[in-house]
Ligand binder design. Structure first.
Ligand code: IMP
Ligand code: MG
Length: 180
């Protein structure tokens, strides 16, 4: 099955995403007035959102990138998170803004929040493009949310299904082949 053949139902259009990211950028710029931001993009899913968001922030921004992975035994997630790629720069004394693609169980952001506090960040805030509250296992205090969505597996705008579809300019749901 190729990407060309899969049917994707659009959930959030390119225009809706762009409009919302501009709003978040303006809100973040106002909240951090007089400060600078150490923006941490969580690879790979948040790459597109982080870049678009960074473009709309008007206070000084330093960008860094890290990658995490969830540990899971078989189908049961242990909730354990591992750092696959660490930061290049030190977050010590910085206003860290963690930028994620989607908050699902909450395990990743819960881990990252503790990770940056342990590394003596001056402040830690979180921005997520999407929130799927139905699937939450741990409570996480997210400061900036793009869209709250129902419990459906979404792709596009950085999000993948088996590493595909990250390049789509919108967020959509892959329709199973038998439904087409
Ligand atoms: P959690 O909040 O720790 O469960 O993990 C969130 C991570 O799971 C995200 O960073 C994504 O990589 C992945 N994820 C969760 N839901 C989806 C989805 O609908 N599409 C693609 N990736 C997802
Ligand atoms: Mg991710």
């Amino acid at each position: 099955m190729s990407q060309m053949e899969d049917k994707i139902r659009v959930m959030l259009s390119e225009e809706e995403l762009d409009r919302r990211i501009r709003e978040l950028g303006a809100q973040i710029s106002a909240d951090y007035e007089g400060e600078s931001i150490f923006l941490v993009c969580i690879l790979k899913g948040a790459a597109m959102f982080a870049c678009e968001l960074a473009k709309r922030i008007t206070v000084p921004v330093v960008m860094d990138f890290m990658a995490t992975s969830s540990y899971g035994a078989g189908t049961v997630s242990t909730g354990e998170v591992k750092v696959k790629k660490d930061l290049d720069l030190s977050p010590e004394g910085k206003n860290v803004l963690i930028v994620e693609d989607i908050i699902d169980s909450g395990n990743t952001l819960n881990f990252l929040s503790r990770f940056f506090k342990e590394r003596n960040a001056k402040s830690v805030r979180m921005a997520t493009m999407l929130d799927k509250p139905d699937r939450r296992e741990v409570d996480v205090d997210v400061d900036y949310t793009g869209f709250t969505i129902p419990d459906e597996f979404v792709v596009g705008f950085g999000l993948d299904y088996d590493q595909r579809y990250r390049n789509l300019p919108y967020i959509g749901v892959v329709e199973p082949a038998e439904k087409q």
